[in-house]
Each structure stands twice: as C-alpha cells, then as structure tokens.
Design a protein around this ligand. Structure first.
Ligand code: C5P
Length: 404
C-alpha cells in the first residue's frame, strides 16, 4: 500500500541520486513530498524534484508563498515516514542539537512520524567522533540510520560514507520493520514479581520469572523505541539497549513508574505486582513464635490503573494471568482498569504462563480479540510488539486527523 513519504534532501553530491529515489517511490504508488535544505539546492534544483514528485518543493521555513502551500506543521502531519537522503554531517549535527533553523529540521522536531537518515559524506567526516556522537544521539532518540556504504567517494577517496543506492533505500522504506511507529517513542515496561517484606529476611512474593516483560523490553528496543524496564527481582540479564531500573516492593515500583509516566508514550504492565503487603515489616528478623496465625495486610496501589488515569494517558496495556474463566476476568480488568488492551493467558497448566519459556495468549482491545498461539516468549514478544506498534500507529494517525 502506498505511503505518504516526506523526503528531506540535504547538501551533498548524492542529492542527484535522490531524484531517482523519488521516481522509484512513485512507481511503487507512494506519495512523496520533497523538502530541501539550502545547501541541497546548490546540487539539484527544486524544479527537478517538483517535476519528479509532482508537488511543489518546500525550501524555506519563513517564505510566505511556501508557507501558504504547506507549512512545516502540515508537512509534519502529512508524513507517515520521513527519510533524509542524503543526510549530510551538517544536517545530522543540527538534528542532534534539536535545531529548527530551516524547514527540514523544523518538520523533524514537529513530527510524530518515524525518521530515518541516510548519511552521505566524506569518510573522514563520517568517522569524526563528533559525527559519530551525533548519529548515536539520534539513534538514542529512535532515528533509524541506513548506511552509509563503503566505496569510492566523489572526492576520489575510498571509504565509508557513500549514500545507499536508491533501490536499497526503497527496500528499507518498504520493510515494515525498518521504521516502525515505535521509533523515538518511550515505552515503560514493568516486569517480574515484587517482594513485600515481613522482616529483613522474609517476604511475600509470587511465581513470576519476569521472562515475558524482559522479552517485550528487548523486542521494543529492537523496534527503535526507548525502553525503560522497571523490574522486581529476577534471575535475568538486562536486555540490550534497555534502561533497567531495579526495585523490590510494589510501592517502589509505583513510585518509579509514576516518575516516568509524564515522558511515556506506551506503558506495558507485565509485572506480577503483589496485591498486598504486610502492614508492618519488622526491623529485625522475627522468631517464628512471633508470627501469629493471622497476618495484617495492606493493599498495594494498582499501578496500571494509576497510569491509565494519568493525563495525557499513554497507550496502556496490561496482562491478566488467570487460572479459569480467562476471557471473563480479562474483560473485567480491561474495563475496570481503563486499559487500551489486555493480554490474557491461562496459568496453572502443566506448561505456559509463569516461569515457562513458552506461552499462548489472547489479546483484547476495542478492535476485538486476537489469538497468539503457543510459541516461545521471545517470538511472542515480537508479535505482541508488532501488534502494539500497528495499534499505536493507527491511534496517533487518528489523533492527528482529529486535530487537523
Ligand atoms: O488485577 P491483576 O493483578 O490481575 O491485574 C494484572 C495487571 O495489572 C497486570 O498488567 C499487572 O502488571 C497490573 N497490576 C499493577 N499493579 C497492581 C496489580 C496489578 O500494575 N497492584
């Protein structure tokens, strides 16, 4: 299906190849609007891009005429994906600084669309630690970076810095996993059990291993999201490119989550939070005689319910582990907690659920039910993140339509 692509062209000899890129994208039924930096116009004229794209080309942030045609906010909204090809060292540096001193950089700051840069520059400029730091910073913010290729350069030198060929760029654009709606989004995930102390050596907890939450965190990071994993005690290694915050109790998990929610786009509650904590925790180890047959318990905060009540509310997805009447319990929790979706699974069977490496789940949302058959938690996490990414993409498109 054709996509609405905003192509940013910055200054570099590779700009001539982007003319062919536009032609190929249009052949594949995509709508392309081109925005050029001033330096790009020294290599190819806006008229050339206008002729191949079929639309006026955006060149100037403050030009009354082009503002009237389509201003930076409208262009930012138009874009399902923004591709900057070629991306010069200069435009990469300006983007990394959050500058908005021309039309292209202003659009990049204003958009919610995923952005990919396709660098093209002299190999020494590419290897310069400043450029590398700028690229790494953009990657941290979820920008995709395609290339560069190695080869002979326009200056006659050999090295890494050639722009990818148009055909390869089209392949990246059309690969649904290469720029997902999760790029540059912050996802907060809770995982594992919580521990509620009775005294310094004893606690109340549950059988959660944390495997599902950690697998989701890894899959989300691979989709370009910035992931903050807030985890109770587990035996698992922290996933790559994920910020891990370790906590012990439900109260600590609640406080840590609430600190992160103002910057959070998507929240996934995969933790098995203890529903109650001992009302008092003894400061020293109690002797077994000191435990009476009744234990006084206090309810823990419902973290996900608090997240779902936050304004602006992140897309909020919970889990329901049930031994029976799975659908009924899941639907109740979905409604009572104000969730966008709930992922339900049956526990207490010989295989699957807590501590297992495999699981099968049903996901309920306003769009109905989707079944994810038995598979490894790692595979399942990728499928769930794909669903979440598509759902999130549709939601943000809808909210943009509502504003526009
Ligand atoms: O009510 P129940 O514990 O079955 O709900 C499960 C969902 O709610 C999970 O997403 C879990 O992470 C979340 N939850 C929570 N805080 C609690 C209890 C559950 O965030 N105190």
């Amino acid at each position: 299906m054709g996509q609405s692509i905003l192509l940013g062209v910055s200054g570099g000899i590779a700009a001539y190849k982007s003319v062919d890129l536009v032609r190929r994208l249009r052949e594949n039924a995509h709508t392309v609007r081109v925005v050029m930096t001033q330096a790009a116009q020294s290599f190819v004229t806006p008229l050339t891009f206008q002729a191949v794209s079929g639309y006026p080309v955006g060149c100037d942030l403050l030009d009354a005429e082009s503002e009237a045609a389509m201003d930076h906010i409208s262009l930012a909204r138009f874009a399902e994906k923004i591709i900057i090809a070629p991306a010069s060292a200069d435009v990469i540096a300006r983007l990394a600084q959050g500058m908005a001193n021309d039309l292209l950089t202003a659009i990049c700051l204003a958009t919610t669309a995923p952005i990919a840069i396709v660098p093209a520059m002299n190999h020494r400029m590419w290897h310069n630690p400043i450029t590398q730091a700028n690229v790494a910073k953009l990657q941290q913010f979820g920008y995709a970076v395609w290339g560069p290729d190695e080869g002979t350069q326009a200056c006659g030198e050999y090295g890494l810095g050639r722009m990818l060929e148009p055909e390869a760029i089209v392949t990246h654009i059309e690969n649904k996993n290469s720029v997902t709606p999760l790029h540059r989004k912050t996802i907060v995930i809770t995982a594992g059990p919580t521990r509620e102390p009775l005294d310094p050596v004893r606690f109340i907890s549950n059988r959660s291993s944390g495997k599902m939450g950690y697998a989701l965190a890894a899959a989300a990071a691979q989709s370009g999201a910035k992931v903050i994993l807030i985890s109770g005690p587990t035996a698992l290694a922290p996933p790559k490119n994920v910020q891990l915050i370790s906590i012990e109790t439900a109260t600590q998990m609640y406080e840590t989550v609430m600190q992160q929610i103002p910057q959070c786009d998507i929240f996934i509650g995969a933790a098995a939070v203890a529903d109650f904590r001992p009302t008092t925790a003894a400061p020293q180890k109690s002797s077994k005689n000191e435990f009476s047959s009744t234990l006084s318990l206090t309810a823990n905060p419902d973290i996900i319910r608090a997240v779902a009540q936050f304004t602006p509310k992140p897309l909020t997805i919970g889990f329901a582990a049930e031994t029976h009447d799975v659908k009924l319990h899941a639907m109740r929790k979905w409604e009572n907690k104000g969730l966008d979706a709930i992922i339900a699974n049956q526990v207490g069977l010989a295989e699957g659920g807590f501590d297992s490496d495999v699981n099968s789940v049903e996901l309920y949302s306003a769009e109905g039910m989707v079944q994810f058959p038995r598979q490894s938690k790692i595979e399942l996490a990728h499928h769930l993140i794909e669903w979440i990414s598509n759902y999130y993409g549709k939601q943000t498109k809808d909210s943009i339509k509502n504003i526009g």
